[in-house]
Design a protein around this ligand. Structure first.
Ligand code: HEC
Ligand code: HEC
Length: 341
């Protein structure tokens, strides 16, 4: 059984197509920021209007927005239009991806009471994000990276929920997917973020950014945890997005088959800019995350890089991706809500 990322990656390969069009890429990044920014502004408007130091809940919402940006929520919970994500419906769900084991659809996670999660309590929202449990007791399918979000601290969880609540409620009824994947309990991990230790803090961030979800080889029995971080997850791309195959890279510190020779700056550039030390672009799903991850704070980016450098070497030669994005680039990712007439 393959995991949903195969086609999640495919859909996101759009990011790879847009890579050539840097302005469009920047545009969609800005749109993402604006789309979420306007949500934050709605909730914190009065606090900010006083001109004094931000009210505590404005700070909480800001922290939550940052966490959502790192965790990539908007990527799967925003519908794809003909030219990329439709940010006028940011977080309102409807991204639909068909895989060999069924179709998954990102639900509406805005506070709309009928079509979103407006009636869920804070605890229920947090249980969905960290434990993969819905209020009715059913499990969310693990396309949603809750197995990676599960270590989120209570404080960060509170902030993320406050941010989601601050979003404008968007009425958008999204049908349910029909993925046939077994229910998967979230692993038990301590919910701590030791910010005094860059490597530990970096590991915390790497979980939220779910690097290992893609950088671990997939077998019919599930991810091969003995090669965690060592890459080799084969990501197929439907022809409309491009041709060829993407292989996730070995990002362990192995000097020949991994990235052991890269500096921390090289790793930061890969995550925030989407380029390798030789300036070739990193294609596929990571390209779509770049507009989000480019907003990562310097200290956090350094901690992430310190953690990645600390991953023990695993010798695992991954084939070179031969993916070629389909051209011409599809253009911008849609206008941010604030730019609409
Ligand atoms: C890789 C894609 C992906 C990412 C990234 C992602 N989600 Fe999801 N999420 C999904 C999918 C798909 C479902 C529905 C799965 C199903 O049908 O069981 C879901 C379900 C949910 C649900 C349950 C909603 C409902 O009505 O059942 C919530 C809440 C949620 N996600 C919040 C988030 C938040 C918050 C983030 C960021 C921290 C996030 N998701 C990141 C794909 C994603
Ligand atoms: C959604 C899937 C996905 C996620 C999440 C993801 N990656 Fe990647 N990554 C890939 C794929 C696929 C490639 C190979 C792209 C190519 O061949 O152009 C890649 C390439 C890379 C490379 C280039 C390595 C090389 O040898 O060229 C680095 C470094 C990297 N990823 C680091 C990370 C880090 C750090 C994270 C978490 C912050 C992360 N990735 C999260 C899919 C992902």
């Amino acid at each position: 059984m393959r995991i949903g990322l195969v086609l999640f990656a495919s859909a996101l390969a759009l990011g790879g197509c847009k890579k050539k069009n840097t302005e469009a890429d920047k545009g969609s990044g800005a749109a993402t920021a604006t789309a979420s920014g306007s949500g934050a502004a709605t909730a914190s408007g009065s606090g900010a209007a006083t001109g004094s130091a931000a009210a505590p809940d404005a700070k909480l919402v800001e922290r939550g927005q940052y966490l959502a940006t790192l965790a990539g929520c908007v990527g799967c919970h925003t519908p794809l239009g003909p030219t990329g994500p439709d940010f006028s419906k940011a977080y309102a769900g409807g991204m639909k991806v068909t895989e060999e084991f069924g179709t998954w659809i990102g639900p509406n996670i805005t506070p709309h009471p009928e079509t979103g999660i407006g009636k869920w309590t804070d605890e229920q929202i947090l249980a969905a994000i960290r434990d993969g449990k819905r209020p009715d007791g059913t499990m969310i399918k693990a396309i949603m990276p809750y197995p990676f979000y599960t270590g989120m601290t209570d404080d960060d969880g509170k902030a993320l929920v406050a941010f989601l609540r601050s979003l404008p409620p968007i009425e958008n009824k999204v049908e349910k997917g029909d993925i046939k994947l077994p229910d998967m309990p979230a692993p038990q991990v301590p919910r701590v973020d030791d910010t005094s230790d860059p490597v530990k803090h970096g590991q915390y961030l790497a979980s939220l950014m779910h690097c290992a979800m893609c950088h671990t080889p997939m077998t019919p029995q599930g991810p091969d945890m003995s090669k965690m971080w060592a890459g080799g997850f084969e990501m197929k791309v439907p022809p409309e997005f491009g041709t060829g195959v993407l292989w996730s890279s070995n990002i362990t510190s192995h000097p020949e088959t991994g990235i052991g020779k890269w500096t921390e700056e090289d790793i930061i550039a890969a995550v925030k800019v989407g380029v390798r030390p030789d300036k070739t672009p990193i294609l596929g799903p990571m390209a779509l995350y770049v507009p989000l991850w480019s907003q990562m704070k310097d200290d956090d980016a350094k901690a992430l890089a310190a953690f990645v450098k600390s991953i023990p070497p695993i010798e695992h030669k991954v084939p070179k991706s031969d993916f070629k994005p389909a051209g011409p680039p599809p253009g911008g990712g849609g206008a941010p809500p604030s730019a609409a007439p």
